[in-house]
Each structure stands twice: as C-alpha cells, then as structure tokens.
Design a protein around this ligand. Structure first.
Ligand SMILES: [Zn+2]
Length: 291
C-alpha cells in the first residue's frame, strides 16, 4: 500500500447547497441510534467473543436498551433511524422487529461492525454485502442509509455504497449541513448527513475494563448537548445524534436523553426527521435547483 500525501482536499465532496428546512423550521434534528449490541465488542476484537462479561456491555441492547429507547420514542412521538449491524439483526431478531413495527427507519451499519479499512478492501466490501443480506433475511428491509461502523470510510467504499443503492451516509464530521459526496472519478456519490462528535454518547457514558474512560453525568452532558444544539439551531444546521442503546438506554442516561429531546421539541421550530426524510428533502432541493 502506498499513500498519496499530495496536498488536496481529502474529501472532494461538492459544495454544500443552501438548505431551507421544511415547514419553516430553523434547523433539523436527526436522531440516530447505532444498535451495535455485541458487535461493538467483537467486530474489531474477535478474541472478545468468549469474554462473556466484556460482550455483556453489548448484550444490554437486547435485554434492556432497545426496548427502553423504543418506549422513549413512543412517549415523545418521535421517529428515529436505527443503524443495525447485520449480525445484531440475526442474533436478536425479536428485539429488532419492534423497531421496524414502530415505524422507525432501519439503516446499514456493517455486518460485524468492522471498521472500514482501505488496507482490507475486500473485507470492507464484504461487510456491506453481508450487512444487506442479513437485514433482508432478519427484517425484510433494504436500507438506503449507512453509518460507518467505528466511523471510518475511504474513497472506494464511498463508490461501493453508491453502487449498492445506498442514498445517504451519516458518518463524516466536516459540516453542519447535508451535502453530496463526489466520488474519485468526479461522479456524484451519496448524500452525507454529517455527525457531530459532541452528540456521540459513547464519549460520555461508556467505560469498560478493556477501555476505561471517565464517565460524565447530567451536569456535564445535558448543558453541553443543549449549548451545541442551540448554536447549531442558530446557524440553521442539522443536529445529528450518534446514540447507542447500550449507553443511552442506561437508566440515568435515558433521562438525560429524554430531557434533551424535550428541550428540542419545546423549541417548536426544529424539523425532527429520519435520515431517509432528510435525504428526500435534500434530493428535492437539488431537483429544484436543477442540479
Ligand atoms: Zn456502531
């Protein structure tokens, strides 16, 4: 493998078009859950598979987390996007089916949550194929949205996603508005709904024996989320959440998330939409502009 380190924009995506949100909304909120379950612990570290306590962090998803998150969405009458690794759907169909039944969107999140790696290109493509197959088999869905497991991507994978029928990605960290990727050959790629790392609950609420981190409670997380949301709202951007039932489905964190979502809902001028809805809207704006 050789590396092209010549100076150039490393993401050659098209310029972000002017975005007008529907219904006079000033900004958008995209609630995304990554339903990693045990794959978060075995995808990049297969030797963990027989470490039952380590993988039980992820086991929380199926036993408690997903159900609690669905209850919260129902209570607040919200629709979200659940990015489900294929392995999770096959291992836990009984808890994944209610996600679909409740009318939420299912997105692609790899098969075994392996981080996309250009040096393992075939394996990275296989993760996409197997993810599609598993979601089809377990839930009968063909997702149009993709969030990269462990948040990585590379040019050939972006092209592969577009070819496979993916219409949007939600992994990049380089904008506050949706934009369209440009592939290495200059052709249009998928829409990007960028994420904001400040809204990744893993940063504040996950600690384990193998990856010990500081945990942060309400007094740290809620003001940070509210401040970042308010500033993004003032700039007319999209606030993209990167949440995990094994983190935000925990009792105290569930309440932090609930209070944050109620704060957003109380604004009254925020368009709360799934990834598919935001993508539809973006594509309509492109058509209106004659792109
Ligand atoms: Zn994940």
């Amino acid at each position: 493998m050789t590396y092209d380190l010549s100076p150039r924009p490393l993401n050659p995506a098209f310029k972000t078009p002017p975005i007008i949100w529907p219904n006079g909304a000033k900004s958008a909120l995209f609630i995304g859950f990554d339903v990693d379950a045990e794959t978060a612990w075995i995808g990049n570290n297969p030797s963990n598979v027989d470490r039952m306590v380590t993988t039980s962090h992820g086991g929380y998803d199926a036993r408690v987390g997903i159900t609690k998150i669905l209850q919260l969405m129902e209570e607040l009458a919200l629709k979200a996007t659940f990015f489900v690794p294929g392995w999770t759907a096959l291992a836990h169909p009984a808890v994944c089916e209610p996600i679909l039944k409740a009318g939420h969107e299912i997105g692609h999140h790899g098969y075994l949550h392996k981080m996309p790696d250009r040096e393992k290109m075939d394996e990275s493509f296989e993760e996409i194929d197997r993810g599609f197959e598993a979601l089809e088999k377990a839930l009968g869905v063909r997702p149009i949205g993709y969030r990269a497991p462990s948040g990585e991507n590379f040019p050939e994978l972006l092209a592969y996603l577009a070819k496979a029928g993916i219409r949007y990605s939600s992994s990049f960290r380089d904008d506050i508005l949706p934009y369209r990727h440009q592939l290495a050959d200059g052709k249009p790629g998928v829409v990007e709904i960028p994420v904001n790392f400040a809204f990744d609950d893993w940063n504040f609420g996950m600690s384990s024996r193998t990856s010990p981190r500081a945990l942060f409670g309400r007094e740290a997380v809620l003001p940070l989320w509210v401040d970042e949301f308010e500033a993004t709202h003032a700039w007319g951007g999209v606030t993209t959440l990167v949440l995990h039932p094994q983190v935000s489905g925990r009792p105290m964190r569930w309440h932090i998330l609930r209070d944050f979502l109620r704060h957003v809902q109380a604004k009254g001028d925020v368009w709360i939409a799934t990834g598919a809805e935001i993508t539809e809207h973006f594509e309509q704006l492109e058509r209106d502009m004659g792109a």
